[in-house]
Design a protein. Sequence first.
Length: 256
Amino acid sequence: MIPTVPTILLESSSWWSELFEGMSPASFFNFSFLPKYASFFIRGVEYTLLLSVISVALAVIPALLLALMRLSKNRFVHAVSGAYIAVFRSTPLLVQLFLIYYGIFGLIKLPSYTILGFIDVARFIPGVVALALNSAAYVAEIFRAGILAVDIGQTEAARSLGLSSWQAMRMVVLPQAIKNILPALANEVITMVKESSICMTLGMMELMWGAKTVAGSTYITIAPYVLVAIIYFCINYPASKGIEAIERRMRRGDRR
């Protein structure tokens, strides 16, 4: 579904267009398209954030499982986890996306309907799956590093109290590891916001799709992408600074 244009934006298009009158279509700052096409970018932000947050959220459980497998003393289990992480970290996300969309979901018939008025389920689900599987490989290493950062004495103390290895991991190690993991996990969401732009290749209505559609419709070739870059910056820079502030606060708590 193509985003609708708010009436108030159409009414303001005349004076707005006059601001950019005479500008070249190749100008970096020819934003004359905004009154008519602003809804494409608004929807793009919503789609991008949904795609990113859901993908990382779905990646958490398989990532934790992969991290525990990597820490296992069983060679086969360790090798399977290592192979998964190596494959997904060593191949391009675009290739993974195409293999999952055209390969796996080419064999699975998904229902063709929209949710929230603008999300095509037949495209959204393969995109989320591809991003989540890719993210799981990176989040697994975040979990593994967080677990290894917990002092080995914590595990030994838990075992001396009669807890099994699994109980020690679940009740003692993981709760402490989460504090180490959360900032890095938040950074993964920021990374996913940027990487989700690759889903444009499947026709998902995220930010880059909006920019490409506007550029194709108006022949204003550069400014839509400049606007998208500004939007990405406005999302990711404040978020990264917020994460840094949280990390500093957590470090101060550790020093106490």
